[in-house]
Design a protein around this ligand. Structure first.
Ligand SMILES: Nc1ncnc2c1ncn2[C@@H]1O[C@H](COP(=O)(O)OP(=O)(O)OP(=O)(O)O)[C@@H](O)[C@H]1O
Length: 274
């Protein structure tokens, strides 16, 4: 499907020369779903150990972009390199944690049983029993579900179930975490705690996180932002640079400013102005 061209960042010849290769690099990334082009020639780069927020209105293509990065999206063209491999490579499977909007948990199992099950898939065999146990306990603690470890998933709230999915993704200590709206339905305290966890994963483990959200105030917690609209990237920068560039006080205002600016020009923002 997609190949690195020699000399491009992420290609084997460039590894380790100046700075670490990008965790994710997209060039001309285009995705067709049904008979519609839903992502159009996207270019972006995610640096290792950073948190990138993916923001934009419903239907703009956030989930499609995440599925492409996670390697689960069909009809992807262009170049998409993930942790040095073409997106979708089998070698990437244990290195990516992808948490979808719909929590993928077994409702007839408890929180711990769910995690035990997935841990057994990741680290099968008796010899890994202690590793599994430690990984499960750590993942449950990280998502703050220790007090609910023995509760059936069927009896959890939506937000708690989402956190079980996140715990499953954390079991394999992934290098790249792709999280589709992980804070939907959570109260402000839990949202804050989860964002603290995301920052710890980036700072302590060097993990790269791509996190989608509808909530613009969460944008301020990201190192970088990809603002999307109608299948295209409206802007890619730090929250501060976006505010400064647009002379606005919040990322939400910056987003609206960029939308208005593009409409006034009659072009899409990343298209060169004549
Ligand atoms: N299975 C599908 N077949 C055809 N078109 C699809 C399919 N799934 C999504 N789309 C279209 O692709 C576009 C992008 O959808 P996507 O789910 O990526 O958006 P989103 O930004 O994640 O939306 P939301 O924030 O509501 O989750 C939408 O216009 C949607 O209608």
């Amino acid at each position: 499907m997609m190949n690195n061209k020699p000399g491009e960042p992420g290609a084997p010849g460039n590894l380790g020369r100046d700075r670490p290769p990008p965790a994710v690099q997209a060039r001309d990334l285009t995705v067709v779903r049904g008979d519609r082009t839903v992502l159009t020639t996207l270019d972006f780069t995610l640096r290792p150990g950073t948190i990138t927020g993916l923001l934009g209105p419903s239907g703009c293509g956030k989930t499609t972009l995440m599925r492409a990065v996670a390697g689960t999206q069909a009809k992807v063209t262009g170049t998409l390199t993930v942790l040095g491999h073409p997106a979708g490579s089998p070698a990437l499977r244990p290195r990516i944690g992808y948490v979808t909007q719909a929590p993928s948990v077994y409702t007839d199992l408890t929180v711990r049983q769910n995690l035990d099950y997935f841990a057994a898939v990741l680290h099968p065999g008796r010899t890994h029993r202690d590793t599994r146990r430690a990984a499960v306990t750590r993942a449950i603690e990280e998502v703050d579900l220790t007090t609910h470890a023995d509760v059936l998933a069927a009896a959890l709230s939506g937000g708690q179930r989402s956190r079980v999915s996140l715990a499953v993704a954390l079991l394999s200590t992934p290098d790249l975490l792709v999280l589709d709206e992980p804070t939907v339905g959570l109260d402000p305290v839990l949202r804050r705690d989860l964002w603290d966890l995301f920052h710890r994963l980036a700072a302590d483990r060097g993990a790269t996180l791509l996190i989608s959200s509808h909530v613009m105030d969460e944008a301020e917690r990201c190192h970088r932002l990809l603002l999307m609209r109608e299948g295209r990237i409206l802007a890619e920068d730090t929250p501060e640079a976006l505010r400064t560039r647009t002379g606005t006080a919040t990322v939400e205002q910056a987003f609206l400013h960029l939308v208005d600016e593009a409409a006034a020009r009659g072009t899409h923002p990343e298209e060169p102005t004549p």
